[in-house]
Design a protein around this ligand. Structure first.
Ligand SMILES: *Cc1c(COP(=O)(O)O)cnc(C)c1O
Length: 390
């Protein structure tokens, strides 16, 4: 039996009774889209993050797209993010019609390098999206200071770091908005696609509420007025006795968190801290016991509580390392093999190899070893022995 890099069945097994019960309850209720289960989870998750509002959406990519639109970002604008992320971050920027601008990551910690940020601003820059990649927060105080000095907002891409802390504060409460993915393998995973936007800003909140339901209703009317610098007079809004959802003010999306996913997530959220703690514990064992000097281990910035969505190593000969571990029953992963500026879909942006050396090095030499809370002590030892034998 191969030891997987990630595994969702074991977590399901550990909560099966509760999850099955919650799922059946939704099936029997007949309410499948939005509704009380979604509202409950939104409240629970915002509270967990220490933020005021959250808006459940279809997935983490839609969360990014909707957050950008709710902030009025689109054609002609530029948004800065890092060259090393999952494609969604850059894709969302392009999807709203804005231009992704990349900066390099910091060596060893792998999050956005704040020292590279200033030079990336132009008078078109409207937002910065730092990515809390692999489970640790970017240096948010520095990033927010620089971005806000340029009147740009900061949107956290928290898809890989639900529950992580920065200077004692939870991720998702550190910028102007935050986007989370509940893709099944993420630290907090649904039983399908799901995502959420978290914010303390009431205007952004209303904008996200509108965009996830086709830009309709009172939130659509309000957001349209805000984005077009018009006075909003609620008393002038008249739905003529019809459903507000049939009055569309913005071109939006059908992207809602569904009740089944919200119910699954509500069962799992109370366990997130203990799961993250177990990931940290496994990482501490790896840190301690991996002694192979061909391997560079991940560095945790001193201000961070890393929650190890993955455990990223650097090794010169990655192909040989992966083959060696595979033979010993250990699966490895690569997150991610192609940096954003070298993706074919972004060729038109005009970047070239050599522009972001740290991201490029990680794309070529980065590799992850098994990391999920349900790993057994025996499996952890097998992984360590294999890595050290290489
Ligand atoms: C997973 C991920 C996303 C996208 O989430 P989906 O729910 O798959 O759309 C965005 N950004 C990062 C960094 C991710 O890892």
């Amino acid at each position: 039996m191969m030891i997987p890099v990630m595994n969702v069945q074991r977590q399901y097994a550990s909560l099966q009774d509760e999850l099955d019960k919650a799922a059946l309850e939704v099936l029997h209720s007949g309410g499948y889209i939005l509704g009380p289960k979604v509202a409950d989870f939104e409240k629970q998750f915002a509270d967990y993050c220490g933020a005021k509002y959250s808006v459940g959406v279809g997935n983490g990519t839609d969360a990014l797209v909707i957050a950008l639109l709710a902030a009025g970002i689109g054609q002609g604008d530029e948004v800065i993010t890092t060259a090393m992320t999952f494609v969604s971050t850059a894709e969302a920027i392009a999807q709203v019609g804005a231009t992704p601008v990349f900066v390099d990551i910091q060596p060893e910690v792998y999050t956005m390098d704040p020292s590279k940020l200033e030079a990336a601003f132009t008078d078109k820059t409207k937002a910065v999206i730092p990515v809390h990649i692999y489970g640790q927060a970017a240096d948010m105080d520095e990033i927010c200071r620089i971005a806000h000095a340029h009147n740009a907002i900061v949107i956290e891409d928290c898809a890989q770091a639900a529950g992580a802390k920065y200077k004692g504060r939870r991720t998702c409460s550190l910028g102007d908005m935050a986007c989370v993915s509940f893709f099944p393998t993420k630290n907090l995973g649904a039983a399908g696609d799901a995502g959420i936007i978290v914010t303390n800003n009431e205007d952004f909140y209303k904008g996200c509420l509108a965009y996830r339901v086709h830009g309709s209703g009172i939130n659509g009317a309000y957001t349209y007025a805000r984005l077009n610098n018009q006075e909003f007079d609620e008393s002038k809004i008249d739905f003529h006795g019809n459903l507000p959802k049939y009055y569309n003010y913005l071109v939006g999306f059908n992207s809602r968190l569904d009740a089944l996913q919200a119910a699954m997530l509500s069962v799992k959220l109370p366990h997130l801290d203990s799961w993250n703690e177990r990931r940290r514990q496994i990482a501490a064992i790896y840190n301690d016991k991996i002694t192979n000097d061909k391997i560079t281990k991940p560095v945790v910035a001193d201000y961070n509580e890393h929650i190890f969505y993955v455990y990223p190593l650097r090794v010169e000969d990655r192909a040989a390392f992966r083959a060696f571990l595979e033979e010993r029953g250990v699966t490895t992963g690569v997150y991610f093999p192609v940096p954003m500026h070298e993706q074919a879909c972004f060729a038109g942006l005009g970047y070239k190899h050599g522009d972001f050396p740290v991201a490029e090095d990680l794309a070529e030499h980065g590799v992850t070893i098994p990391m999920f809370p349900e790993l057994t002590d025996e499996e952890i030892q097998t992984v360590i022995d294999a890595v050290n034998a290489f």
